[in-house]
Design a protein around this ligand. Sequence first.
Ligand SMILES: NC(=O)c1ccc[n+]([C@@H]2O[C@H](COP(=O)([O-])OP(=O)(O)OC[C@H]3O[C@@H](n4cnc5c(N)ncnc54)[C@H](O)[C@@H]3O)[C@@H](O)[C@H]2O)c1
Length: 288
Amino acid sequence: MAYNLLKGKKGIIFGALNDMSIAWKVAERAAEEGAELVLTNAPFAMRLGSVDELAKTCNAPVIPADATKIEDLENLINKSKEHFGGKFDFILHSIGMSPNVRKGRTYDDTNYDYFLKTLDVSALSFHKVLQTARKLDAINNWGSVIGLSYVASERTMYGYNDMADAKALLESIARSFGYIYGRERKIRINTISQSPTMTTAGQGVMGFDGLMDFSNRMSPLGNADGDECADYCLALFSDLTRKVTMQNLYHDGGFSSMGMSHRAMSVYNRNLEDINDCKELQKKVKKD
Ligand SMILES: NC(=O)c1ccc[n+]([C@@H]2O[C@H](COP(=O)([O-])OP(=O)(O)OC[C@H]3O[C@@H](n4cnc5c(N)ncnc54)[C@H](O)[C@@H]3O)[C@@H](O)[C@H]2O)c1
């Protein structure tokens, strides 16, 4: 259902690769809510993904930009201002990539060149987007910027690797820049800490299916999916959340406040029974 929440608002959406991408869902919902959009992704993603399809649905231009390159970001923001006929109101940063994760390097066997790339793509790019937008005076007062994060920024989640460090940095940038942009322009900057979600980036994480199941069993409301994340983003882009800034906002069905749930414990107990049965069986076999 549409509420015209973003009528008259304009924004840039980074990171729609294919129809599983969280950014894809945000773009579709933002357009439904009346926003005018510019879509962007890294040049390699233009070849691999299907963002042109989304552009048709949303009636939005696609302007390629590698979010780690300042000249690309300047070009993107200048061209977006031309397209919109002036400043715009919101940005979604939905970007993540770790070469260590991709190449199956574990955290105790990190390649440091890859690590720097992880930090640059997944976290520093957020700073670069914000700094470029500010220097080009591109965002209207009371605008809103969102980055997407994950709870591994603050709690160890086995297998998330150097992305955990990148997310901690991303959340810190939201606070540090949130102060500056808030004070000067009333622009709010937040991160959303989203449940594990079945996307191209998500599937790259080791043991992702198990992680999704565990997280779903732990969360009283169950995992939040990409469509639900899109709805939350719209609320944060809208004028209904004008005093929310410098926050890491959990959108995870309650996972981040849990220690252990009955649903997760029941699976653990079942496995424990299997192990006990197995021991009993081993004893029996030895006796026989
Ligand atoms: N999927 C999950 O489980 C999950 C959970 C919490 C947070 N997140 C975060 O959500 C965000 C979006 O990821 P997703 O799950 O939709 O996966 P996705 O693979 O669809 O999106 C990741 C995007 O990052 C883009 N990207 C990579 N390098 C780039 C660069 N140099 N410049 C510009 N863009 C670049 C990719 O092209 C892709 O579109 C990421 O920040 C991710 O960490 C995902």
